[in-house]
Design a protein around this ligand. Sequence first.
Ligand code: HEC
Length: 258
Amino acid sequence: MKKTSLFTICLVIFIVCWIFLRFVIGGIISAPIPNTVIAMYMALIFIAILVHVSVEDSRFTEFLRPVNETLLDDNKRTRRLILVILIPLLLSGYTYSNIAQKASPLGDPRQAHPKPPLDLTYKDEVIDTMQKAHNPYRKYEKEDPELFKEHVENGRSVYYKNCFFCHGDHLDGKGHFAAALNPLPANFQDPGIIPNYQESFFFWRISKGGPGLPNEGTPWNTAMPIWEDILTQEEIWDVIIFLSEYTGYTYRTFGEGH
Ligand code: HEC
């Protein structure tokens, strides 16, 4: 009977170790072992195998024999052909499975912009229903531009005291903390944000933050804080005005005539 080559034995040991780490420890025991840790262990096992086969010259030659044969022998053409096809196939399959979009589990799609609750509230005080509520200071834009400017400036200082860490110096969602957050902070320079929402929607999102999102807003764990604990109603309306003044976008109004 043909003796199993040293190379095959090592290959089998290597694969068994990988299956053990990936599917026994990571799967059946379901220890949260990240792929990078598996890769580290596999690198160590690879080195251990290399050390084992290379302690003696004769053993190393024996180890490399099937590799040389496969690469050079005339009667190993088929084996070469199979490898030449198989290796790119496996690699591309692996790459594809890594970048392909995973289907999201049914019934649990996360909505970045869920429906707001019926009542707009600040702490427990009902302000107005969502459809009717609008920024009480917006009217000064036409009636009293000087006063309006004060609200814009107040909004600016609220923003640069509280919001820019996450939402960025330029309101583009690229604040210092942004890279560490998932989901990312909203980018107010994105033309799909401000023009699609009423000011009252923003009031709701700012006053209640991530914890105020309804169930369809989860499972994302958003870092957006609850600002009604810190800011006054006026400060929230002012920062909302500042966001549109800075970006040049106007909020959606549903034909309210302003
Ligand atoms: C700790 C980081 C952080 C700070 C500080 C922060 N935000 Fe956010 N904010 C987020 C994240 C993350 C999101 C995106 C996830 C979400 O919608 O909750 C977000 C979302 C929002 C949204 C919702 C936008 C949309 O498209 O629905 C508004 C409005 C908003 N922030 C305004 C503000 C304002 C105003 C301030 C300052 C008073 C502020 N944020 C401070 C992290 C932050």
